[in-house]
Design a protein. Structure first.
Lengths: 196, 196
């Protein structure tokens, strides 16, 4: 296989990149300075060597503990449980949350063969049992699997006398009622708050 | 900068890949087998080392001459002039053309500072002057610059008593050959007209 085909084949394995886009990217790279292509190659090479899960919260990090767990200004009484490390970036971008995180490593999904044992719920329990945590916010996705995972976490933490909360579901900011699906509208109505 | 940020930054330099997509791809790669990520990295590394222009037609190749120029079954009397090497893949996918190619290396675009001197029109003239070629099909894109380039090629080849034809405007005006479907490209080749 030619060097062009080899790269296009590897690029086409990425999500959202089809054969045509992979070829277009390859031809684009052929027109870029060789150093830029080399920087991309070495960034890929070091990625898997350096990055591993944080030993506290399973966020991705290059240290023993991630930057958030090491930050003394973060609120130690709050843990936000998310499905994937990528979800942490999304929440951090919002800039509202000051507690710490716990990456579950997925969600319970019997169809995909993912049971509670494959997630880091046991480790979350251990963190709560160690004391100092007053609330666990379950921020799994608002899907069937995300809800099932949230319920499992709530039950697992029940003996630990910690508040377990679930992120609100409703219309997205800037969303349009006209185009929202029925489930979202039902949730938005159910979770309505009194205006004071 | 962390390994994750470094890779995301390099990926975001690619066309059509924004910061969010770059991060999503990075997190995706962190979940893939390390060998797959390494294969992508090495495919990138060898790309610029191995691939260079064909010494006959300027198509991209890993040999002295590209696979099309070396293929004895190709029709030596026909040359199809294209802007970029990527356009050759698009025409080959259509499976209708059996001649050889000539990669111009762009199109005449005074606004971008690209004049005829930066293109390989002189080399195309030399190929035609060497004899054996009866027709040059100009398959530059149907844009203002592509048309100007076609006209320049026609004038440059006028002294050489060779038929110069232009692919039909089956392609939507302002479209890009690289992204056209095979049927449209086949139609455009079939309905080519002699330039007078």
């Amino acid at each position: 296989m030619s060097a062009i085909d080899t790269l296009a084949t590897e690029l086409a394995r990425l999500p959202g990149i089809g054969r045509k886009t992979a070829l277009r990217l390859t031809y684009h790279l052929l027109k870029q300075p060789a150093e830029q292509v080399q920087r991309l190659a070495s960034a890929l090479s070091v990625l898997r060597e350096r990055v591993h899960p944080c030993q506290v919260c399973f966020n991705l990090t290059e240290e023993a503990e991630c930057a958030i767990c090491r930050d003394p200004r973060r609120d130690l009484t709050l843990i936000c449980a998310v499905e994937e490390a990528a979800d942490i970036s999304a929440i951090e971008r919002a800039g509202e949350y000051r507690g710490r995180y716990h990456v579950l490593g997925g969600r319970i999904s019997p169809l995909d063969g993912v049971g509670p044992g494959q997630l880091t719920v046991r480790e979350l329990e251990r963190r709560v049992a160690a004391g100092g945590v007053t609330e666990v916010i379950v921020a799994t996705n608002p899907s069937v699997e995300g809800e099932a995972t949230a319920l499992y976490i709530q039950q697992s933490l029940a003996p630990h006398h910690v508040r377990v909360s679930r992120i609100a579901r409703g219309l997205p900011l800037g969303g349009d009622l006209e185009f929202a699906d029925g489930g979202t509208i039902a949730q938005a109505l159910f979770a309505r708050r009194e205006m004071t």
